[in-house]
Design a protein around this ligand. Structure first.
Ligand code: CTP
Ligand code: CA
Length: 223
């Protein structure tokens, strides 16, 4: 019965999903993060598992239950997410990068809580750029030789078609999934626009669960 409702289009495949925000520490009690809920990535991990894939889910800090039979690895920072992804990508053949990775992190992390000091100026934050997890893995020999299929995401607040078309090429991925953010963050539904080498087409507004299932079929068709 289950196989009737969920065709095993990803049987024999291993998908790695990055999800949620990252958290970049300033000191032991403070940090920089964003409003990603992780819902889309978790829905994709669940749908992939239901479609027969082995699924590894690398998640930043989110308040979500781990989907059944999905291996979950919790991380905080972009660097930790990259390290975990590089460790687990070796056995995966599909990467879906939904994480809202912080583009920058504080250049230094204080080991003690930074105290107010009326004698000094307020602290200034200096940033350095984080590694690009998707671009790093998409440029790996396994991705370049077709053994790893990479799917990117992009939340754009404007010019979705123009920005996402360029982003797909810049990231070097065959499929990039765009959505109009940040209004989608934390919501239970979404609209997805799929960009590939042929152009783009829209998956109309639906629950993230439904969209995840549709996206799994789109990915399976392209493998
Ligand atoms: N991504 C990533 N590592 C980063 C930044 C982004 O893996 N350090 C991934 C995201 O998970 C997503 C894709 O790259 O799949 C696009 O992320 P996005 O933030 O839209 O693109 P950026 O290249 O960071 O460009 P910008 O934020 O300036 O639009
Ligand atoms: Ca970014």
């Amino acid at each position: 019965l289950i196989s009737f409702f969920t065709p095993n289009v990803l049987a024999g495949h291993h998908m790695l999903v990055t999800a949620g925000p990252t958290f970049e520490a300033i000191d032991p009690v403070r940090g920089i993060t964003n409003r990603s809920s992780g819902k889309m990535g978790f829905a994709i991990a669940r749908a992939a598992q239901e479609a027969g894939a082995k699924v590894t889910l690398i998640s930043g800090p989110v308040a979500l239950e781990t989907p059944r039979n999905v291996q979950r690895i919790n991380v905080q920072s972009a660097q930790q997410m990259l390290d975990a992804a590089q460790e687990h990508i070796t056995s995966a053949n599909i990467l879906v990068a939904t994480a809202a990775v912080a583009d920058w992190r504080p250049a230094t992390t204080a080991t003690e809580k930074i105290k107010k000091n009326p004698q000094e100026a307020v602290p200034a934050l200096h940033f350095v750029e984080n590694p690009d997890i998707l671009a790093t893995l998409a440029q790996s020999p396994r991705a370049q030789s077709g053994q790893l299929y990479c799917v990117g995401f992009a939340a754009e607040s404007q010019n979705l078609v123009e920005f996402a078309t360029a982003k797909r090429v810049r990231k070097g991925v065959p499929l990039l999934v765009g959505n109009i953010g940040p209004s989608t963050f934390g919501q239970d539904d979404n609209v997805l626009v799929l960009f590939d080498e042929h152009g783009h087409h829209t998956l109309p507004r639906a629950s993230k669960r439904t969209l995840a299932k549709q996206l799994i079929r789109e990915i399976a068709q392209r493998l």
